[in-house]
Design a protein around this ligand. Sequence first.
Ligand SMILES: Cc1ncc(COP(=O)(O)O)c(C=O)c1O
Ligand SMILES: N[C@@H](CCCC[NH3+])C(=O)O
Length: 430
Amino acid sequence: MHRFHYNQGQLFCENVSLQSLAEKHGTPLYVYSKGTITDHFTRLDAALGELDHLICYAVKANSNLSVLSTIAKLGGGFDIVSAGELYRVIKAGGDASKCTFAGVGKTRDEIEYALSQGIYCFNAESEAELEFINEVAGKLGKKAPVAVRVNPNVDAKTHAKITTGKSENKFGIDFDRIGAVYARIANEMPNLIIKGLQMHIGSQLTSVDPFVEAVKKVSPLVAEMKEKYNLQFFSIGGGIGINYRQSLDSGDAGWWEKNSAEQHPLTIQKYADSVVPLLKPLGIRILCEPGRFMVGNAGALLTQVLFEKRGGAKIFKIVDAGMNDLIRPTLYEGWHQIVPLKQVEGEVEKVDIVGPICETGDYLAQDREVAPVKAGDYIAAMSAGAYGFSMASNYNTRPMPAEILVDDSQAHVVRDRQTLDDVLKGEHVV
Ligand SMILES: Cc1ncc(COP(=O)(O)O)c(C=O)c1O
Ligand SMILES: N[C@@H](CCCC[NH3+])C(=O)O
């Protein structure tokens, strides 16, 4: 359930009218459905029910404190990639001992901080990093729990910029080298404790096949390392794709058939039905690191149409949200459904929805058939809950938008819109 739907011509998130939120709080504005996040967590948790498992939500997808707190209260762990993300998890009431620390470039300060907070595991991506964690832990008189990230050289068949499990990607250690790396940890790195093995082959996977291929390829290695080094967990990473084409509970169901070129995304049941039987015989704790699946369809970016410009080649609807607020369309050709907050009468038109930023790539949609919205009307870019606000910036000295978490008929402001003083904070004239 995505919990965004039309009711009497107005778009709602749960029981809250988005038009009323836009009018009250201004735009651009991110709105999230707590019910959707809860539903997605609960469904994934149930689908993995046959396994001893821990869902470590990938904080990078949406790191709002209230989103993290929602997941922490559901019993989730977290996959972090920086000291900052760990700091957020702790501030949100999350449990450091349920955090895995990913990333190819962890610094001394970050490792020290994570050790001091007692994280569950460092997922190490190179031998140099393992040596470094060993040294840092030794200096502190601590033992660092580690897992090695294997690069299984499997094609995730997703966008090139979000593929992570091929040999030419910077992530993980080559499959053939893994046995030797565990032997090195055991023999040469006394301040490390071998905890697990991890992989993550990419993001927005829309077919289960690459997951199956990777699990099949890596499982024998897990079994061997478990036998030799008493591994406690195998993390299968994140990457479960979502359906960007159907962000509403109803209203545009026919779209999918019209655009059959795109594969039907993975359902959570398909995912679980395919991987659980492969993982169960390993008899080991399974970690899973979903980001987008948990929050992607749970969010929308609301924006107001400022002007319309009818050029020789195109019609532009100029809106008050820019690529600094939502960079996915221009960075990954990300497709977000564009819908009016109040349904309007009239023929749809093919338009570009563009922002105020001085970049040709500043658009939310190109050549898109949308309702004939006019200046002053509000529209939403749907399924913007993942990698939306978390990738936003102050480019063009634009304040970051506010964020709202809707819980049934309550709308909570979970981040204030930045003021210009907030944007300039810490900067000095010399
Ligand atoms: C190590 C790791 N785990 C989990 C994720 C979450 O991915 P997704 O949002 O596609 O589930 C990522 C991002 O791709 C990642 O790099
Ligand atoms: N930011 C990307 C996903 C990257 C996942 C992080 N490893 C997106 O919006 O699709």
